[in-house]
Ligand binder design. Structure first.
Ligand SMILES: [Fe+2]
Ligand SMILES: [Fe+2]
Length: 316
């Protein structure tokens, strides 16, 4: 049946760009294997098989690294939900369908690699991790009723946010093996970001107003998947305090660079609706920048207080 709704028309118009970028992605993506990044010689049985149960002192990770690894792995774990989100929006046919499959397969590696690393090195409590995974996956992730354009804009930011957060988590572990693994995963996330970012670039040329509205909506309502994860609030505070992912990074290393690539504030092809969305976006970005400043100032004060007491604040 021919697709006639405006949203379906955008997907059809973008299909050749998807095909081209899928080819580019496959050319750029290097094969890698999760098992290469896991120190298997550290592994031993748990009590069920006559070994020793997990206890906190077995972990080489501090509280910050534990929190970040826990959040990153659980975020990766919810892949069935993300697959559902993009498969229902982008479809299973043609280049879109091929991308959905390829992306899902690559993302599946991330959870496998992180879990193997954490279980073998006894980095986090495997019982707590499994219970949290069950809860989080049972609830699932629902991004609401995003249009395909909004979804493509959202994932451009989200993939880059994940890249930054994995990269900085690697540094925070203080473990060269985890650092290498997370840097490898971050490279994948960067390629995913480039794929989606290129689609939005093309969408701007096809329909500048609708694309601008979608981008503004997604920046202004951005939320990482994971808000309904066990201990999310507590863990994201720890992650922000350490500078693994915070408002400053969100503004400077995620949203602003992508907006620059799309030349959002330089375009001269917008109609009144696109113009209005751009103004709202500019206002939002200024507010985000100010909030980020405040956050960084209060973190500096906290670090200074800790240093004065002789405590060492964790930072990336
Ligand atoms: Fe991932
Ligand atoms: Fe990704």
């Amino acid at each position: 049946m021919p697709q006639t709704s405006p949203q379906a028309a955008v997907l059809t118009e973008l299909e050749p760009v998807v095909a081209e970028n899928l080819d580019r992605h496959i050319r750029m993506a290097k094969e890698w294997h999760p098992h290469d990044y896991v120190p298997w010689d550290e592994g031993r049985n748990f009590a069920f098989l006559g070994g020793e149960e997990w206890s906190p002192e077995q972990s080489r990770l501090d509280q910050t690294a534990k929190a970040a690894m826990f959040v990153n792995l659980l975020t990766e774990d919810n892949l069935p939900s993300y697959h559902r989100e993009i498969a229902t929006r982008f479809g299973r046919d043609g280049a879109w369908g091929q991308w959905v499959g390829r992306w899902t397969a690559e993302e599946g590696r991330h959870g496998v690699a992180l879990r193997d690393y954490l279980v073998v090195t006894r980095g986090v409590d495997p019982v707590e991790l499994e219970r949290a995974r069950m809860d989080y996956m049972t609830t699932g992730y629902d991004s609401g009723d995003k249009s395909p354009l909004e979804a493509v804009a959202y994932v451009s930011f989200q993939e880059l946010a994940t890249r930054v957060s994995h990269r900085n988590t690697g540094k925070a572990t203080g473990d060269p093996i985890a650092d290498k693994l997370l840097a490898r995963i971050a490279t994948d996330e960067n390629l995913h970001m480039i794929f989606y970012r290129n689609l939005v670039t093309a969408a701007f040329d096809i329909d500048p107003d609708e694309t601008m509205k979608a981008v503004a909506t997604e920046v202004m309502n951005f939320e990482m998947p994971g808000a309904n994860m066990a201990n999310f609030r507590k863990n994201s505070t720890i992650i922000a305090k350490a500078g693994i992912y915070d408002l400053r990074l969100h503004h400077d290393e995620v949203v602003a660079p992508i907006l620059r690539t799309w030349k959002v504030f330089e375009r001269s092809d917008l109609g009144p609706e696109g113009e209005q969305a751009r103004e709202q976006l500019a206002e939002f970005m200024a507010g985000l920048d100010a909030q980020a400043d405040k956050f960084v100032e209060s973190r500096e004060r906290m670090r200074a207080r800790m240093a004065a007491k002789g405590e060492v604040p964790v930072q990336v």
